[in-house]
Design a protein around this ligand. Structure first.
Ligand code: FMN
Length: 336
């Protein structure tokens, strides 16, 4: 066997150290990039609170009250801290003439909270009356409501189908037919995606749909996993999350969690409408993230979560097998 030249051996020996150092440096840069984006565009720092951040905070606090009212036995007069914060934010919002569904929903919740305390001998803080009066003066429509009743029969009826089959026939599709994607199907799938839970119901997820092939090709240049099928999709979705909806340093990863959950439900919604889809990762470098943002003119506060290729199904097509791990490698049960 011919001897391996010294230069080749030396290169092979050095390579892992070089890669280690390079990736440590890249990791640090990427984390610093994310840190600065969260610092600048999240709703964490009240000195520069955008209207989006204010709406997110209002939603956070009214949701604390509505979920309190959804407990089996809410404590009379519960939630004074959340009520105080909510009243302060609502008063400011109304005085500054801001509008939006969140204000109406927050007022509905305050009315329900006042009714609950009136029927359970709980104390309602004075600010609640003040805010309700202010809303009446400004003629903002609200009706008491923070919870709704659900029956087991409703749910049993709704799940009376082969759910396992539904989930197990969602594949990552990389071969699409030429038929265009129907906008009504996209809209229906987005409505389904909107049923996704999100932290305090803040609903930070956004979806950008690009149907025009030239625009799609322009954006797909920045993504590294669509080679060989990118051009065949009927629509590209770019799912983002609005950082202004996150209001604490501890929520620094919430955009990816809420955005990821939304993206999954969207994919299932597309499947429910008979469309195929394939996630396309946005495990992007700082440079690629900046380039994409500039190309699509993405608002600063939106963080890209993932791309999703969407298309109509062929009569028959091939998918990767993508076998799953055995259950015992995924789950531990009572193993503390
Ligand atoms: C966040 C995410 C990113 C992905 N990125 C890519 C990608 O860039 N290109 C690709 O062809 N598939 C991509 N996939 C698809 C996975 O390969 C696929 O989901 C996995 O193999 C399981 O197969 P299944 O979706 O058919 O069940 C991605 C999936 C996820 C969830």
């Amino acid at each position: 066997m011919p001897a391996v030249p010294f230069k080749t051996r030396a290169k092979a020996a050095i390579r892992p150290y070089w890669r280690h150092a390079r990736d440590l440096w890249r990791l640090a840069r990427f984390c610093i990039y994310d840190f600065h984006r969260f610092r600048r565009f999240s709703g964490t720092f009240p000195l520069r609170m955008s209207s989006g951040a204010e709406a997110a905070r209002i939603t956070k606090y009214y949701h604390m009250i509505e979920k309190g009212l959804a407990l089996s036995a809410p404590r009379p007069g519960f939630g004074h801290y959340a009520i105080g914060e909510l009243c302060e934010l609502l008063e400011k919002s109304m005085i500054e003439g801001r509008q939006g569904q969140h204000i109406g929903h927050a007022l509905d919740t305050l009315l329900a909270y006042r009714d609950f305390n009136a029927h359970s001998d709980g104390a309602t803080p004075d600010c609640v009356e003040r805010v309700i009066t202010q809303a009446q003066v400004q003629k903002i429509a609200c009706v008491p409501g923070a919870t709704k009743a659900v029956t087991r029969a409703e749910i049993t009826e709704a799940i009376g189908f082969d759910a396992e089959r539904f989930f197990s026939t969602r594949y990552s599709v990389r071969q699409f037919s030429d038929a265009p994607v129907d906008r009504a199907d996209l809209e229906a799938a987005i409505r389904i995606a909107q049923t996704t839970p999100s932290v305090c119901n803040r609903q930070s997820a956004r979806v950008h749909i690009i149907i025009d092939p030239a625009q799609r090709a322009e954006l797909l240049r920045f993504q590294n996993g669509n080679r060989g099928f990118g051009e065949s999709m009927g629509a590209l979705a770019i799912i983002t999350a609005d950082l202004s909806h996150f209001v604490e340093p501890s929520e620094r990863y919430q955009a990816w969690i809420d955005g990821g959950l939304f993206a999954m439900t969207f994919a299932l919604g597309l499947h429910a409408r008979g469309l195929g889809s394939c996630f396309l990762n946005w495990s992007a470098s700082v440079e690629n993230d900046r380039a994409l943002r500039a190309a699509m003119n993405l608002p600063d506060e939106e963080t890209v979560i993932t791309f999703l290729a969407i298309g109509t199904l062929r009569e028959t097509f091939i998918v990767a097998r993508s076998p799953r791990k055995p259950l015992d490698q995924v789950v531990t049960l009572d193993a503390f």
